[in-house]
Design a protein around this ligand. Sequence first.
Ligand SMILES: N[C@@H](CCC(=O)N[C@@H](CS)C(=O)NCC(=O)O)C(=O)O
Length: 311
Amino acid sequence: MSELILHHYPQSPFAEKARMMLGFKGLNWRSVFIPAVMPKPDLVALTGGYRRTPVMQIGADIYCDTAMIARRLDQEQPLPALYPEGKEALAASAAHFADQVMFQHGVALNFRPESVAERFKGAPESAMQTFLADRKALFDGGNASRLHPSQAVSQWPTLLGRLEQQLSESGTFLMGEEPTIVDFSYYHPLWFVASNKAAASALEPYRQVRSWMEAVAACGHGESTPMESADAIEVARQSSPAELPATGFADPNGLAVGQAVTVAAVDYGTDPVAGTLVYQDAEELVISREDERAGLVHVHFPRYGFRISAA
Ligand SMILES: N[C@@H](CCC(=O)N[C@@H](CS)C(=O)NCC(=O)O)C(=O)O
């Protein structure tokens, strides 16, 4: 079996979500560091244009977005489940809310001038300017807008107060006695806030939330060993994409397997990936593309949150 390869960088909250999910499953993985800002030529050789962090690779199969990565990890190792049986809709909805809304709040707190200054302490001014310009451009063409820090600060007690209330009256984790995708999705924006000295005091009033964060953190990251990005491309080049199951799924817009398409996130980081649609169901879109360096790869996206168009 091919190794699990995670393309990520240490400070990324969504990468932390993926690392925690790998730890929850007790998996071994290879760790490829990618740049935090564009250009990302080695990542894009695998994805065909998708630039967000993280991306998971298994041989010549490339998984974009942590919602897709979570589903692939549940296939890899069904138990303990990230999307628990009988709670599929609630788990996916709460995780989505946290990935969007909690994340926007965490980012807004981390993008206040004092937090940005803390993050780039000791780095040249140009590194901070490059980062800020990259993140501004990330939102071009998407339907998401950035939350103003004063709005984030205003709503923070609502979001954190609800969490505190629930955790003081229910089990250790958000859906019961075991962690699920919901815990990892709520955790990563708070981890982002906690990891910045200038922002971390926002967590101080919430004792239950802090002890829940410790319980989630105890899942760890699993065992990882470093890998160079060029070696990951070589792994893809020497592998064939996994066989795809038959599906009778009919796309409501009439797009069919075999058709040339583009797939792009709708919220931000909307760079389109072009290829041939080779699989689709209610949760997943897979396109096949040929890359000069990586060879034939299958790129997997969640259907929800991505726009698929005829090329
Ligand atoms: N819905 C995506 C969101 C990923 C995301 O927003 N990642 C941030 C980093 S935490 C990102 O891509 N930032 C720009 C970049 O790394 O190039 C997921 O679940 O993976």
